[in-house]
Write a protein that binds this ligand. Structure first.
Ligand code: NDP
Length: 492
């Protein structure tokens, strides 16, 4: 299914002369999926120029019209759902149900945010003076850079691009290099839906080159970034030099708290899905299971028993539970953590690279469980793979202490049948998201998404707050008294 792509600048797909190329590979088979331009800083700057020229026209396009174009993109995405879902699976490796889910999330968000074209609400508030009217309006920021990771190769780009466009910004999109074909197909959907030339631009190439050039370009007024903490820090610092708004969505070390009064079979399904869905490569993946000692032994038995039957294999086969990890780099990193875990904790299940037959063609790992004390590196650092750290605790209070004692704060979950305890957990857990009796994964587009501590820098994506990231608020005073009125001085 290999295909060659150019850059998309000024509404045209083109390949700059003498440009270098790179390819993406199917992590299950090693087959080439697509070939792309390895863009340069100059390509990034051309794309920013195109976005800057298109900005005045797009800013003045009525917001409901901008929303209609996004609705058309949603319709086209729905028409292509099955081929795009398959592409997600072939380029990134998540199982086909999740590949289709990735595309569905894109459709859901496009439909949701298109409606924002008819809202974009400001405030009206009273003035302290007579015959004076006070309100706020939202205005776009200008040219926005959207830099995305590979784990949700259609959904995360759509979260960013659609929210930026409906609010009147123009965009330069730089996708993760190893899912560039999914990204290119997303751009084609917007192009075909009628996004005018220059409003959305697409530059592939190394993050350190293209991403860097975008973040440091003075014409880029805002950066929306999802990825690793180290890169996020770099992007934040570079953006700060230009005093631009930088929105960061980074990693997680998400706990499930399993209490002694939990519905264990329900929790079992949730932990399996949370820990091993997308081969553990979700920023919201369940990477820690914090278990009350009264149910510890029994639950671990149940977990191991289910993993014995857990099918790891061809991600296109609907019967497969877990596909490969996304790349050779991912495999190496996860295996390093597994080696570390073998030294500092007790390996309870898995821990090996799978070999033989189809496994030899891709990056397949066993779903892995470590029993560990809180405080080991595997219990505190983000692994981003199918590795679950299980930690025994004696009380709810200890569980919360352990849950909160990490650098991250994205998602969290508690399984309990005590409603008071559930509400306490909502209050106690340091995380942007808390699930009650459900796994740590399962975001819905109509709700805000993001986290605390090193997971981000305070913003949220999706939900009605998605537009905050991409708008400036202008405060307006309309004085219809026909005389000079002085706030604070003339007030009655
Ligand atoms: P990276 O942070 O390496 O990459 C994310 C994006 O940033 C990619 O598009 C990448 O481009 C680009 N990039 C890389 N370097 C720079 C730079 N110096 N300036 C600007 N952009 C840059 O993350 P990965 O995708 O490799 O994933 C690694 C980690 O990211 C995971 O282990 C996890 O911690 C985290 N992650 C978090 C997610 C979340 O949703 N919160 C989602 C996915 C990952 P290129 O691909 O060309 O390098």
């Amino acid at each position: 299914m290999e295909s060659g792509y150019g850059l998309f600048i000024d509404g045209r797909w083109s390949t700059p002369p003498k440009s270098k190329r790179f390819v993406t590979k199917n992590p299950a088979t090693g087959e080439t999926v697509g070939s792309f331009v390895s863009g340069t800083a100059e390509d990034a700057q051309r794309a920013v120029g195109s976005a800057a020229r298109a900005f005045p026209g797009w800013r003045d396009t009525p917001a409901p019209r901008r929303g209609e174009i996004l609705l058309e993109a949603a319709r086209r995405m729905r028409e292509r759902k099955s081929d795009l879902g398959r592409l997600v699976t072939c380029e990134m490796g998540k199982v086909i149900g999740e590949g289709l889910g990735d595309v569905q999330e894109s459709i859901d968000f496009l439909e949701y945010i298109a409606g924002e074209g008819r809202r974009l609400a400001g405030e009206t508030v009273p003035s302290e003076l007579r015959s004076k009217f006070c309100l706020t309006v939202r205005q776009p920021k200008g040219v926005v850079a959207c830099i995305t990771p590979w784990n949700f190769p259609t959904a995360i780009p759509n979260w960013k691009i659609a929210a930026a466009l409906v609010t009147g910004n123009t965009v330069v999109f730089k996708p993760a290099s190893n899912t560039a074909r999914c990204a290119a197909e997303v751009v084609k959907v917007y192009e075909q839906a009628g996004v005018p030339p220059g409003v959305l631009n697409f530059v592939t190439g190394p993050g350190g080159v293209v991403g860097n050039a975008l973040v440091s370009d003075p014409r880029v007024r805002a950066v929306s970034f999802t990825g690793g903490v180290a890169t996020g820090r770099e992007v934040y610092a570079l953006g700060a030099e230009g005093l631009k708004m930088v929105h960061l969505e980074l990693g997680g070390k998400n706990p499930v708290l399993l209490m002694d009064d939990a519905d264990l079979p329900l929790a079992l399904d949730g932990v399996l899905f949370g820990a091993y869905g997308t081969s553990g490569q979700r920023c919201t993946a369940t990477s820690r299971l914090i278990v009350h000692e009264k149910v510890y032994a029994a639950f671990l038995e149940m977990l191991v028993e289910r993993l014995e039957e857990f099918a790891v294999g061809d991600p296109l086969d609907p019967a497969t539970g877990m596909g490969p990890v996304a790349s050779a780099d991912q495999e190496r990193k996860v295996l390093e953590y597994i080696a570390l875990g073998k030294k500092e904790a007790k390996l309870r299940y898995g821990g090996k690279k799978l070999t033989g037959g189809l496994y030899d063609r891709g990056y397949f790992l066993e779903p892995t469980i470590f029993e560990t004390k809180h405080g080991t590196r595997i219990s505190k650092e983000e692994i981003f793979g199918p590795v679950l750290s299980v930690i025994r605790v004696g009380t709810y209070e200890e569980a919360v202490r352990v849950a909160n004692d990490v650098d991250y704060g994205l998602s969290s979950s508690i399984y309990t049948s005590d409603v008071n305890r559930a509400f306490r957990a909502i209050h106690d857990l340091e995380a942007g998201i808390t699930y009650i009796n459900a796994p740590t994964i399962g975001a819905e587009v109509q709700l805000p998404f993001g986290g605390v501590k090193h997971t981000g820098n305070g913003g949220r994506e999706a939900g009605s707050v998605a537009i905050e990231e991409f708008t400036e608020i202008k405060t307006v005073f309309v004085d219809f008294s026909s005389k000079l009125q002085k706030a604070q001085i003339d007030a009655e």
